[in-house]
Write a protein that binds this ligand. Structure first.
Ligand code: SAH
Length: 569
């Protein structure tokens, strides 16, 4: 039986705003994959579908799981709020498929079901703020460099787009919206209308209409979309209304229109249109605004062919032949003249060069916890002004730098005695300082474990706590796997729940393990988790599911059950 992937946008969250096709698609699926809140929002549509939501907090694993199940012959619905193709799951599922060499012909069938995106649902609640040329910008810099986001805000501000800001702010990302307001105030009046909509068409819907200068005095969160008006947007009766154009061909409300309908599209009635502008006039002044087409008046032979012109950054074609990117570049050049900066050049560099960000963890060693001045200076120089260093909870500094030569960085830092490790879903040993290296008998075992499995890719990040005496003061027993050296033997602990409000210590499973057996034993445990763990399944959940590892039986942790909160909640 052929499986199918249905990637469904279910709109803002209310039943009435789910499209008919989205409802049918949800109902005809056998498996529903989605973030908990989303599954709850569509609960009324579900019958006996299998729901995959627990242990699936990560989008990539959700996409992988969807593809896996569809390949097994199931009809799988992947649900996104709004439209699945707007900062949603559609692109991600296709990325997973592309990586697997998927072909349209013969490969698993894919249907993307469109939904009402937040720009439209929030726009409708605010009046008619979109109306004219608009853009969406996500302020999330988890996967996009902030510099690029800031440039887009800058370009959109400059070009007078109506702007819908997605992901404007979360618990941890609070500065982005402040910077965005600052940039926009360079181009737009402080009194520009701004709409802030939280939870559109959901129970806690909240709408605020304010101004660009006042916008930060209101509640903005993860479920908020902000719409910034353009220079022509008006406030009326608490609504935001953007007119259809900047030039008026007729006067609304007037009894007799200055131009008859058949005269309105004549070129002499549109002195601001491209056709009417002389070449010099066009290149000299960018303050000439264009008027949109009359509704429904697209002439047949002008209809969009759907074929995109190739992007030419530098060309000598005539103005009417130039594409919008060239025009934008020229506009950027004009604006940056005399400012000392060349925004256009930087923007161009961004378009042409994709630099990769090299991300790694660095620490002074397995047991050593002290960084020297020389080491810190070297890290600082590598990071420079554009990279960053984050102090992690795992005895490491996380370093992010843009580079096309990661090898040079690793060689330089390793030569200074620093320990570099990959980050993400890998096994990591977290050892204590062995009482300032004074109780160091077990260090060789910690190092051997690090060398054997330290960088192994696993279903979810795995911390192996290793403490050199029974005090276990570095909290080995709180980790996924805990190892404590005592009386020349090792005690072993498995399945700590390291995060969450219901975190708990690992279960003691063995005492007095012979040192010669330790490394092999831990390696076998980690390798089994690596092979049999589900994507994104934390080690404690794996232990609970498989019930037994290396002869050690899982025991339910005693305590009361509290629901875990999502990050930032
Ligand atoms: N695919 C979604 C966007 C996902 S990104 C869509 O097309 O709408 C997540 C962001 O979407 C949120 O940070 C918020 O900016 C916006 N968003 C999603 N649902 C919303 C709602 N009901 N009300 C307001 N904003 C919403």
């Amino acid at each position: 039986m052929a499986g199918k992937l249905l990637i469904i946008g279910f709109g803002p969250g209310s039943y009435e705003h789910i499209t008919k096709r989205a409802r049918e698609a949800i109902q005809e699926s056998e498996v529903i994959i989605g973030y908990n809140t989303y599954v709850d929002l569509i609960a009324g549509l579900l019958s006996d579908q299998q729901i995959v939501r627990t242990g699936m907090t990560e989008e990539v694993s959700r996409a992988q799981e969807a593809v896996r199940q569809a390949k097994l012959g199931k009809k799988v619905a992947v649900i996104s709020s709004g439209d699945a193709g707007v900062y949603g799951m559609a692109g991600l599922v296709y990325e997973v498929l592309m990586e697997q060499g998927w072909k349209r012909e013969g490969g698993v069938e894919v249907e993307v079901v469109p939904g009402i995106s937040s720009v439209h649902s929030t726009g409708s609640l605010l009046g008619a703020p979109i109306m004219h040329d608009s853009c969406t910008i996500s302020l999330s810099d988890h996967l996009t460099p902030w510099e690029l986001i800031a440039k887009r805000v800058e370009a959109a501000g400059m070009a007078d787009f109506v702007i819908a800001l997605y992901n404007p702010r979360s618990g941890r990302r609070t500065r982005q919206i402040v910077e965005t307001q600052k940039i926009l105030l360079k181009y737009r009046s402080p009194l520009t209308p701004v709409g802030i909509v939280k939870s559109a068409y959901r129970d806690r819907q909240h709408i605020v209409v304010t101004t660009l200068e006042d916008m930060l005095n209101h509640d903005i969160g993860m479920l908020t979309t902000i719409i910034i008006g353009n220079s022509a947007t008006k406030l009326y009766e608490g609504l935001m209304i953007t007119p259809r154009g900047y030039q008026r061909k007729y006067t609304l409300g007037a009894e007799t229109q200055p131009l008859k309908p058949h005269q309105r599209l004549k070129s002499e009635a549109e002195p601001w249109a491209l056709e009417q502008l002389e070449e010099e006039q066009f290149t000299e002044s960018f303050e000439v605004y264009d008027e949109e087409d009359e509704f429904g008046f697209i002439e047949e032979d002008e209809e969009d062919t759907g074929i995109e012109e190739p992007i030419l950054l530098k060309s000598s074609s005539s103005p009417s032949m130039r594409n919008s990117l060239e025009l934008a570049m020229e506009a950027l050049q004009l604006v940056s003249q005399g400012t000392g900066s060349n925004i256009a050049e930087e923007f161009n560099n961004h378009l042409t060069a994709t630099q990769s960000i090299f991300e790694f963890a660095v620490s002074p060693g397995i047991a050593n916890k002290k960084l020297s001045a020389v080491q810190l200076i070297a890290i600082g120089e590598i990071v420079g002004e554009r990279g960053d260093i984050e102090y992690s909870p795992h005895h490491q500094l996380i370093v992010r730098v843009q580079t096309d030569n990661p090898q040079r960085i690793t060689t330089e830092l390793s030569a200074l005695g620093l320990l570099l490790s990959p980050i993400g879903d890998v096994a990591q040993i977290k050892a204590c300082d062995f009482c300032n290296l004074e109780k160091g008998d077990s260090i060789p075992y910690a190092e051997a474990i690090h060398n054997r499995i330290g960088h192994l890719e696993v279903p979810k990040e795995l911390k192996i706590g290793f403490n050199g005496c029974g005090m276990a003061c570095y909290g080995a027993v709180q980790q996924d796997i805990g190892i404590v050296y005592r009386k020349e033997k090792f005690d072993l602990f498995l399945g700590g729940k390291t995060v969450g409000r219901n975190a708990h210590a690992a279960q003691p499973v063995a005492e007095g393990i012979d040192p010669e057996e330790l490394v092999e034993l831990v390696t076998r445990i980690v390798e089994r988790y690596q092979k049999e763990g589900h994507p994104n399944e934390r080690f404690h959940k794996f232990f609970k599911r498989v019930k037994e590892i290396e002869g050690y039986r899982h025991q339910e942790a005693v305590g009361f059950v509290i629901e875990n909160a999502l990050c930032g909640d």
